[in-house]
Write a protein that binds this ligand. Structure first.
Ligand code: 5GP
Ligand code: ZN
Length: 116
């Protein structure tokens, strides 16, 4: 997708602080980190959100989760981490290219959600 921010990052047209890359996925530091570790993992091929996945996307979704622990171990969160995938309007997804937030650090990240 030519007009997608994360497609441009995946293509190298917009710079990012890369932490992991293979033929299918790219991981890079969030520009506005909310915890000491805050990395985004994206499929290189455009998928708008978890609400848009098709059966052909299943392997790359598995890969995104499978690299999370490797990233956490290597980026200063060896005792665990949290994975967040905001989806659509209700999930308050801001960038419409599927991405997993990997958040962590030396301290627990906090409650899962604040009660409304
Ligand atoms: P969302 O709310 O869609 O789940 O999260 C989007 C995330 O992308 C936010 O945490 C935001 O800080 C991050 N982000 C937005 N623009 C950029 C960018 O240009 N570079 C990087 N590295 N992160 C970005
Ligand atoms: Zn995209």
């Amino acid at each position: 997708m030519s007009d997608c921010l994360f497609c441009k990052i995946a293509a190298g047209d917009i710079p990012s602080r890369k932490v992991y890359e293979d033929e299918d996925v790219l991981a890079f530091h969030d520009i506005n980190p909310l915890r000491p570790l805050h990395v985004l993992v994206i499929p290189k091929r455009h998928i708008t959100s978890l609400a848009h996945v098709t059966p052909e996307d299943v392997p790359v979704l598995g890969k995104i989760l499978a690299v999370a622990n490797k990233i956490a171990q290597e980026q200063g969160s060896p005792d665990g981490f949290r994975v967040i995938i905001n989806t659509g309007r209700i999930g308050q997804q801001e960038v419409p290219h599927l991405h997993a937030h990997i958040v962590g650090g030396p301290e627990p990240v906090g409650p899962m959600l604040k009660r409304l």
